[in-house]
Design a protein around this ligand. Structure first.
Ligand SMILES: *[C@@H]1O[C@H](CO)[C@@H](O)[C@H](O)[C@H]1NC(C)=O
Length: 275
């Protein structure tokens, strides 16, 4: 008897709340089995973590409701633009910890509403010119813990609202000139790469609005060329959190913190300071 009463109570409670919650018709079929779903303030949260999903087409998303889609820890290997066309109302997309090796140019073209994209912990080796084409509203991009070695010059050109870029734990040796010219970054994580220097012209000059810049664990080469970075960091530290640059070379400066090296040590004795 008791279970029956409990059942009836919850039934009526659900009926009462139906006026407040938009009808189930908005929810997607995927919520029945593959994913768990929750609706809050007219936005659907689809959680499909660790479901052995290998194709985006397995997911049915609502056509009339903005949504967050979490596909963390699945078996996605390939993504194609057609598969993602149906995700045009996505506000965030978590593709972390899958097995994605390549993002074909324009793959995200349909995702004009997307604000947050996670593609961390995959097997990416390259961010191409048109990889992020169409993501005009993207504010947050997490691409750490891949094998990214090459970032093409225009890779972030169209990301005119991007504020947070997380690229730590890749194998980036250098970033092309003007890479952030059109990007209003406030947070940039470059830890754990193979950077040797960051020039002022074409790089530091474009990230003047940065609030947090993380630079630890790279291959910083502390010669006269890095003087610009040292001076820039001294100027920025009043307003921003800038990570520590620890020299990797030359040999006699290995392990030394750049901020603690005197300017004439960096540039002496063979290369005179050119001002
Ligand atoms: C995913 O696959 C693994 C290995 O085959 C299995 O043990 C697990 O139960 C599967 N998970 C789901 C949600 O189907």
């Amino acid at each position: 008897m008791l279970p029956c009463i409990v059942f009836l109570c919850s039934f009526f409670a659900a009926a009462c709340f139906q006026d407040i919650q938009p009808s189930k018709a908005f929810l997607s079929e995927s919520c029945d089995s593959l994913c768990t779903c929750e609706e809050k303030d007219g936005i659907l949260y689809l959680n499909c973590e660790e479901r052995n999903i290998s194709k985006i087409s397995q997911i049915k998303v609502p056509s009339a409701l903005p949504f967050h889609l979490n596909l963390y820890k699945n078996d996605l290997v390939e993504l194609c633009a057609e598969d993602l066309e149906g995700l045009k109302n996505a506000v965030s997309l978590h593709l972390g910890a899958n097995s994605i090796q390549e993002l074909e140019p324009g793959v995200f073209s349909a995702l004009g509403s997307l604000k947050k994209l996670h593609i961390n912990s995959n097997f990416l080796v390259m961010l191409k010119e048109d990889t992020f084409h169409g993501l005009v509203n993207l504010e947050f991009l997490q691409a750490d813990t891949n094998f990214i070695r090459v970032v093409e010059p225009g890779a972030f050109n169209k990301l005119i609202r991007l504020k947070v870029l997380i690229l730590n734990d890749n194998t980036i040796k250098f970033l092309p000139s003007n890479i952030f010219r059109f990007v209003p970054l406030t947070h940039l994580d470059l830890r754990g790469n193979q950077l040797q220097t960051l020039p002022y012209v074409g790089f530091l000059e474009h990230i003047g609005r940065i609030m947090e810049l993380l630079l630890e664990d790279n291959d910083w080469m502390c010669d006269c060329e890095i003087l610009h970075l040292k001076i820039w960091m001294e100027n920025m530290r009043a307003q921003s959190a800038i990570g520590e640059v620890v020299c990797s070379s030359p040999h006699h400066l290995r392990g030394t913190i750049l901020a603690k090296i005197k300017r004439d040590v960096l540039c002496a004795p063979l290369t005179p300071i050119s001002t």
